[in-house]
Design a protein around this ligand. Structure first.
Ligand code: SF4
Length: 62
């Protein structure tokens, strides 16, 4: 399972990073991005929760 953050949609609210910090982090542009090339099973639930709670639907399963 992989997730990507659409950089044009991210409004930098930080919710995904709060919900799933092992997967999402800030990049140098101040936007969220997925740190994991492949999300391990321990983090799948929080990554899905982050995607569901992103206010702009910027997190997409890749
Ligand atoms: S929850 Fe969505 S809008 Fe907020 S920082 Fe994460 S990707 Fe960006």
């Amino acid at each position: 399972m992989k997730m990507i953050v659409d950089q044009d949609l991210c409004i930098e609210c930080g919710q995904c990073i709060d919900l799933c910090p092992e997967v999402f982090d800030w990049n140098d542009d101040g936007k969220a991005q997925s740190q994991a090339s492949e999300i391990d099973s321990d983090n799948e639930a929080c990554a899905m929760e982050a995607a569901e709670n992103c206010p702009t639907d910027a997190i997409l399963e890749a």
